[in-house]
Design a protein around this ligand. Structure first.
Ligand code: B12
Length: 218
């Protein structure tokens, strides 16, 4: 198929708009146009992805948050990321993190959003799922050589479990791993109470904090 020269900047802006609208099929077709163009389409599509996620981050503060909007944008962003880097070849220049909802808690919407945001921000995210034993969280952190372990907690009974994470990491020689907590029940506590390094207000706050840690480690 022959492709005409495209006004790259226009397609790139249109891709940002489609991502923010959460329109996966439009975003995919614009990504394909960028990839088929003569210019460095992958670079332009990635830049559009980053712009859209930054704008979404600025919009979605912990005080002002539209769940549907962010889920649709997250889904469109993941579709674009898969188109750009098929078969799990997504580059993860910022390193590996492990995320889970600890045992006893079946809430996972916020965890899944956090995973999507971190993935599109250049982290390799290993998701241990919900209702996950804390021992499995630590074992996965060791196996995947993650620099951070993230716990998402929506119900108060997981607080004592989160408090144990650091001790378990230490006992496995993983005292250097950064522990981050988030989710409705955990973000009401301080880092000291939870015995973690940081409590994220939302997924974008977590991405910013982990970006700083990752940069300091490189
Ligand atoms: C949806 C929901 C459910 C769904 C969950 C579906 C799912 N797949 O997740 C269902 C119906 C299954 C459910 C079940 C229950 N629920 Co419920 N549920 C909710 C509800 C309404 C919304 C939670 C949600 O998804 N919010 C949207 C997401 C996007 O927000 P979020 O998780 O906070 O995530 C954002 C940030 O916090 C952050 N984030 C999330 N994780 C992480 C992790 C890290 C590391 C970081 C940095 C950031 C981060 O990123 C996200 C985006 O920025 C809340 C009420 C509320 N307003 O919070 C109650 C609520 C959490 N549930 C509650 C309860 C009590 C229950 C049940 C025990 C009810 C029952 N008696 O059976 C069961 C739990 C069973 C169990 N063992 O877990 C209570 C918890 C109270 C408490 N403090 O303990 C709440 C607060 C309702 C209430 N006011 O009483 N629930």
């Amino acid at each position: 198929m022959k492709h005409q020269k495209l006004p790259i900047d226009l397609v790139r802006s249109a891709l940002v708009a489609s991502l923010l609208e959460g329109d996966s099929s439009k975003a995919l077709s614009q990504t394909r146009k960028l990839l088929a163009s003569e210019a460095d389409g992958q670079h332009h599509a990635l830049a559009a992805l980053e712009t859209a996620m930054d704008r979404m981050g600025a919009k979605c503060t912990s005080e002002q948050f539209n769940l549907l909007e962010i889920m649709l944008t997250g889904r469109a962003a993941m579709a674009v990321a898969r188109e750009l880097f098929p078969q799990g070849t997504v580059p993860s220049p910022r390193g590996t993190v492990v995320i889970a909802t600890p045992q006893g808690d079946v809430h996972d919407l916020g965890k899944n959003i956090t995973r999507m945001v971190l993935t599109t921000k250049g982290f390799r995210v290993i998701d241990c799922g919900k209702d996950c034993p804390i021992e499995d969280m630590v074992t996965t952190t060791a196996r995947e050589q993650a620099f951070a372990l993230l716990a998402s907690g929506l119900i108060s009974p997981v607080i004592p479990l989160v408090r144990q994470l650091r001790g378990l990491l230490h006992s496995r020689g993983l005292g250097h791993v950064v522990v981050v907590a988030g989710g409705a029940a955990l973000k009401q506590c301080t880092a000291e109470v939870l015995n973690v390094d940081y409590v994220g207000r939302d997924a974008f706050d977590a991405a910013r904090f982990l970006g700083e840690v990752s940069a300091a480690l490189q």
